[in-house]
Design a protein around this ligand. Structure first.
Ligand SMILES: [Zn+2]
Length: 398
């Protein structure tokens, strides 16, 4: 296929500063050049828009995409968890597949071309294999008691044996959280050389549970018949230590002085963080120390939609001290790095996949394109994955 060159008011490659009136050339599903515009070079001019790399939603639960508005956040965290469990129990396998399909479609429409999905039972694998996006399917594993840990590990190994990596999807694992996974299971899973995502330091109650084996989680786990105090790890550091390349989701109550290895990532879910009314997040202290931060939408059990750009805008509005360029990197380059996919996506760079998002700019906004992106309310009007348009507004230039 012959190359096509696109130009726009701004090209925003992420790994280098935005290019005023730059252009991107693609051929055979790949980016072949990014740079300054030269007269007569462009085949198509998108006009007064920004062109960005396809977005990365580093943490969601597609199988909960039917839970929008079904699990109101009231009382403590374990009350909400009870509602999520009740929702799951009432969902048929067919409904779960339909929920996953609608969740994928919603992600794509919001410009996400790379998804980190936490998947109970690996149920999103087949649909993500067929979807127009790249993904890591983190097979969720629970087991605080020895019996559950052993049984679930056997199921995981059987699922992983069937789910071989392809050019669009690969398997990861997600030991769920310190309150639901025993220390020996974390240790066993650390031996698997796979992308790993763990909910960590999400609530004060989780830390209380690990520290003193008290608090609302005790009642909650007893109610489920899975309480085993002897299975709990001693503290979050024990888990951080086991997974030097792990993705740690939330981290709301980890110490701001907490250190991370260069391979580790913290994923923030800003709107879910606000919905639960958590304390101020230590994100700024970690960014200042060079910790990799990515963004996720979490699930529709705690969030109104799967719009990753809205997560970035919410973070920008509620934490204005975090640099806008840092925010932009979180749901592009850093997300791709977290998922181990930065060689193929996350920036507009020659050689990478032609995954593009076309985003209108506010005319009366600031002249700083990054501020403009984070302060406007526009959604993408065009989304390209591997050189094919997977979403275009009517009237989009062809
Ligand atoms: Zn989550």
């Amino acid at each position: 296929m012959s190359p096509t060159t696109y130009t726009a008011r701004w090209i925003v490659p992420i790994d280098v500063p935005p290019i005023d009136g730059g252009c991107v050339t693609i051929a055979d599903g790949r980016i072949v050049a990014v740079g300054a515009h030269q007269p007569g070079l462009a085949d198509i001019d998108f006009g007064d828009v920004a062109v960005l790399p396809g977005f990365v939603n580093a943490h969601t639960h597609l199988d909960l995409s039917g839970a929008r508005g079904q699990c109101p956040i009231t009382g403590d965290f374990t009350h909400w968890l009870r509602r999520v469990i009740a929702f799951r129990m009432n969902r048929t396998p067919q409904q779960v597949q339909s929920d996953i399909g609608s969740g994928i479609a919603e992600c794509l429409g919001f410009g996400t071309t790379c998804i980190g999905d936490i998947s109970a039972g690996g149920t999103s694998w087949d649909l993500l294999q067929a979807a127009s996006c790249r993904s890591v399917v983190f097979h969720e594993v629970l087991g605080l008691t020895t019996e559950r840990a052993e049984g679930n590990l056997r199921t995981l190994d059987a699922d992983l044996a069937r789910h071989q990596p392809s050019d669009r999807s690969m398997a990861g694992i997600s030991p769920h959280a310190p309150y639901s996974v025993r220390g020996s299971l974390f240790g066993e899973l650390a031996n698997r050389i796979l992308p790993t995502a763990i909910h960590l330091g999400e609530t004060r109650e989780e830390l209380e549970l690990l520290r003193s084996h008290t608090g609302p989680f005790v009642e909650f786990l007893k109610e489920l018949g899975v309480w085993d105090a002897a299975g709990l790890v001693a503290n979050p550091e024990a888990i951080l230590h086991l997974f030097p390349n792990g993705i740690f989701v939330h981290g709301n109550y980890l110490d701001s002085a907490q250190t991370f290895t260069p391979g580790q990532t913290v994923v923030l879910c800003p709107r879910t963080h606000s919905a639960f009314g958590h304390s101020r997040h230590p994100v700024l202290a970690w960014l200042e120390r060079g910790v990799r931060i990515a963004l996720g939408t979490d699930s529709l059990a705690s969030n109104p939609d799967l719009d990753i750009l809205e997560e970035a805008r919410h973070l920008h509005a509620s934490y204005p001290e975090v640099g806008p360029t840092d925010v932009l990197r979180m749901f592009t380059q850093s997300g791709a790095e977290a998922l181990g996919l930065d060689a193929v996506c996350g920036t507009l760079t020659a050689g990478k996949s032609a995954d593009l998002v076309v985003l209108p700019l506010a005319r009366d906004g600031t002249s700083d394109v990054v501020q403009n992106i984070l302060q406007s309310r526009f959604s993408p009007t065009g989304v390209m994955w591997r050189g094919d348009w997977i979403f275009r507004h009517p009237g989009f230039p062809k």
